[in-house]
Write a protein that binds this ligand. Structure first.
Ligand SMILES: O=C([O-])CC(=O)C(=O)O
Ligand SMILES: [Mg+2]
Length: 550
């Protein structure tokens, strides 16, 4: 052992005496981040990797976020879709430690007191709240839903640079209608069926009021509520509290952004202007209708009338093309129901495509492989470059796999999925898929809302976020035919989206941080970037302490 390199040259972690014999003598001369990555990669099962990362976060949050930030493409699919879906499904069995807040229906009447137990108290800035009733496309997972809130908040931290201690993951434990969980002796939630509308409304009203009182500067992101409740609580609360719904607004914004870029590529091949595109939504839940509304609003901004814009949009649910003459149509499906079709009900997707002749087919159905070879080939036969976005999450519920879409269209497809797919090689050319996932949008919306201290999240704030994302492609990304920017740039993207969100909040007069109004765009972008938190672990050779902010 060369004595010149002993004792280690680097300073020891705080709290460890120089003489500590508990740290191996040469440990600090090695890069512990690389060790963690090797440990992660030694596990071959997604859920095992999730559990490993969870343990790392508990042992050393700074190190965890450094490893995450340096390896986003590898780690995000574990903490987020698709693997977070497995973590939720199995959460009662893999539970190890408290890592969020559970607010139970049994706490009704005492929710304020319960919220006050959260360690960060009023310093909390952003909460992701789920009731576990529609986790991704996996259905009602009850109290197992907490990892979805945690995963989204990890993206706020990694993607936007929100400080971990400013984040608050919440699972509302209102029971579950999934018998399997009620019968599971290890199930961690209250053992009852979900409440009816009245009881749930009363609970939600008390919860939101208490949240505002206990956490005055908090932004609430609603996540994975069942469709009816997602719309209902967004409408009920959006002008009363600082809140938004990610599945309706976040998905709407991210898909609009991808569709705009896809339409540009498709129009370059077909010569059709944007106003002549026809969009077919396969799936009419919170995400499907949220995206359709976002597109409609964008078309009207471009000068189309609402009726004209509506005429470009077709929605399909499990019963087929949604038409206004259908009996018992759910409230949220009525707006886009077609009034101009009076033939026999169209139920088969290929028949619907034959009738509509869409330029874009968007899947938000959670029906695995619903876009069959016949469907995809039909889209390719009517479009030089068909836009096909199978957006259902996780991958196990995706409407079509990327390699099939490429093969069946001879590479002409413009593709984005909700969960990640690897690149595909076809006839000697490498094709890269897009990931049309809200993770591009919500961190920027949240950051913009927090920094501007917006009282509400207005439609314009969401729309401007979407436009900022669609116009953020670099030249290299454009020439690679991408419809979304590369994920590795997420911090920069989130800052640019936050800038657009702040400007929209100012234009709508909902901002309460008037100082930001005086800054030029350039100065505001610098201000946002300077607010981004950086992890600073000391357990490796190159640890550096940088300012922590938001
Ligand atoms: O979490 C995701 O990947 C996107 C999302 O919100 C959902 O599918 O509910
Ligand atoms: Mg969601």
């Amino acid at each position: 052992m060369p004595s010149s390199t002993y004792p280690p040259q680097k300073s020891l972690a705080p709290g460890l005496a120089p003489s500590s014999a508990r740290i191996p003598p040469y440990f600090l001369n090695t890069d512990h981040r690389q060790r963690c990555l090797a440990q992660l990669r030694s596990k071959h099962d997604g859920l095992e990797k999730y559990i490993y990362l969870n343990g790392l976060k508990e042992r050393d949050p700074n190190l965890f976020y450094e490893v995450l930030l340096g390896n986003m493409l590898e780690i995000i699919p574990i903490l987020y879709t698709p693997t977070v879906g497995d973590a939720c499904s199995r959460y009662s069995h893999i539970w190890r430690r408290p890592e969020g807040l559970y607010v139970s229906i049994e706490n009704k009447g005492a929710i304020r007191q319960l919220l006050r137990t959260w360690p960060a108290g009023p310093a909390s800035r952003i909460a992701v709240v789920t009731d576990g009733s529609r986790i991704l496309g996996l259905g009602d997972l009850g109290a197992n839903g907490l990892p979805i809130s945690i995963g989204k908040l990890d993206l706020y931290i990694a993607g936007a640079g929100i400080k971990p201690s400013s984040t608050l993951p919440i699972c509302l434990d209102l029971g579950t209608n999934t018998e399997k969980f009620l019968d599971d002796p290890l199930y961690i939630g209250v053992r009852r069926k979900r409440p009816g509308v009245e009881e749930m409304d009363a609970f939600m009203k008390e919860f939101m009021e208490a949240m505002k009182e206990v956490f005055p500067s908090l932004l609430v992101q609603f996540e994975d509520f069942s469709t009816d409740n997602a719309f209902r609580y967004l409408e009920m609360f959006r002008y009363q509290y600082r809140c938004f719904n990610d599945d309706i607004q976040g998905t709407g914004a991210v898909v609009l952004s991808g569709v705009l870029n896809a339409a540009r590529l498709s129009s370059a091949a077909s010569g059709k202007p944007l106003s002549e595109h026809k969009i077919l939504f396969f799936g009419a839940g919170s995400a499907g209708v949220g995206v359709a509304k976002q597109l409609l609003s964008f078309f009207t901004l471009q000068g189309m009338s609402v009726e004209e814009a509506k005429s470009r949009i077709y929605t399909v649910d499990s019963k087929g093309l949604i038409t206004s003459d259908r009996k018992g149509l759910q409230e949220h499906k009525k707006f886009f129901a077609r009034t101009d079709y009076d033939g026999p009900p169209l139920t088969k997707l290929t028949d619907i495509i034959d009738y509509v002749k869409p330029t874009a087919l968007l899947g938000l159905s959670t029906m695995r492989n619903a876009f069959t070879e016949e469907v995809v080939k039909l889209m390719a036969s009517i479009n030089a470059r068909p836009i096909i976005f199978p957006l259902s999450n996780p991958v196990s519920l995706c409407e079509v796999d990327y390699h099939d879409a490429i093969n069946w269209t001879n590479g002409s497809v413009i593709f984005a999925s909700g969960s990640p797919y690897p690149a595909v090689e076809f006839e000697g050319k490498v094709y890269e898929p897009g990931q049309g996932n809200n993770m591009y949008i919500f961190p920027g919306i949240g950051m913009g809302a927090i920094l501007s201290r917006a009282r509400h999240i207005t439609d314009a704030m969401v729309e401007q976020a979407s436009i900022a994302l669609s116009s953020s492609l670099t030249e290299e990304e454009e020439t690679s035919d991408l419809v979304y920017p590369r994920l590795a740039r997420i911090r920069d993207l989130s800052a640019r989206i936050a800038l657009a969100v702040i400007r929209a909040a100012q234009a709508d007069n909902v901002d309460e941080n008037s100082l930001l109004r005086n800054l030029s765009d350039l100065a505001l972008l610098d201000y946002i970037k300077a607010k981004q938190w950086q992890p600073c672990s000391t357990h490796h050779a190159n640890g550096s302490a940088k300012g922590s902010r938001l």
